[in-house]
Ligand binder design. Sequence first.
Ligand code: CTP
Length: 399
Amino acid sequence: MLRGRRVVLGVGGGIAAYKAAEVCRRLVDAGALVSPVLTASALRFVGATTFSALAGERTRTSLWDSPEVSPHTALGQRADLVVVAPATARLLAAYAIGLADDLLVSTLLATRAPVVLCPAMHTEMWEQPAVQSNLATLRGRGVHVVGPDAGYLAGGDTGPGRLAEPGEIVTACASVLALQGGGDLAGLRVLVTAGGTREPFDAVRFLGNRSSGKQGHAVAAEAAARGADVTLITTADRESPVRVQRIDVDTAAEMEQALAERSDGADVVVMAAAVADFRPKEAAPTKLRKADGVPEVVLEPTPDLLAALAARRPPGQTLVGFAAEHGDPRPGAVEKLRRKGVDLVVGNDVSAPEAGFGHDTNTVVIVGSGGMQLNVGPVDKRVVARAVLDAVVDHRSRR
Ligand code: CTP
């Protein structure tokens, strides 16, 4: 989606500006023609030369030092997309009220291209009603917002306010461009499940698993970036990928209901969720008390959602399952492919280091009919997501 597209990369004055260099490099790697615009404060954190070298285009820093007579309109009119990373509290405020006091805000005001803002600031600033209200105003005008994540901040603090990961920002840019058409999944409706289900046994306690939802969210983000119309059914407390319709659920029964309502219309269903195999037969309506003794939790099996989807799938629908295995995932993945009657199974060894539940990276084997087997990783879960969708495209082209 980014190949040959003109992207203005605006960089605001925050410590996360150093990560914008990585965003720049990844945009260029994806084939975008990047015009870096740094604010005066950004220049206190990072150098214009860094961005010029990465982008292969001179970094612009002011309304007044450019060879163009009117750099903001030239940049704004030419752009296919403007992304700002980091978007500071000042930038959000200036853009929200239309205060064109520097080249970056002037460019934002002079463009009709879609805008992606990636806020980053200290938690106290991020949580200020003024900042949130500016962001709500901008969202209301159709601006896309990515992040911030929670994590380590400058000065040793932790909390929400960290710039989203560069890979996530670039995927979001591709998703937004996909809105304008194109992408190899354009026109396909993709339904993805993510996260581990939580099965209650009283009003506050549940049986769950360690699935973080990262892999399923990555599949949803990549599918949107490639032009698909994506619905994500998730249990995970994670950011929604850009341009994805999200449905939050908790239990296997809620996921079953959400799937029942939407799976018929889907061209592709990717069941990345770790659905509980057993659930408490009964859940106490109140919190169980210690004084009442140790509860005896009787379990019952949950329905196999994926197998049920396979049994009633509409013609042409592609079904992808996951197989969480201990040790070599190949035999289990191949067995599930057959037993569940699906098209592809992504097997992973959840006991392997840096793979499976909770990690940013994964190592998987994708198995399909006709003995197809593809090893992927260890790589970022976003790259695994890409490989899964490539396998889907390949499978659909062979039908
Ligand atoms: N799955 C499902 N419904 C369930 C359990 C699992 O739809 N009740 C789906 C998962 O989303 C995943 C696939 O089935 O795509 C495989 O899940 P997994 O837990 O690895 O397999 P199980 O069917 O539970 O088999 P086993 O317990 O033998 O590993």
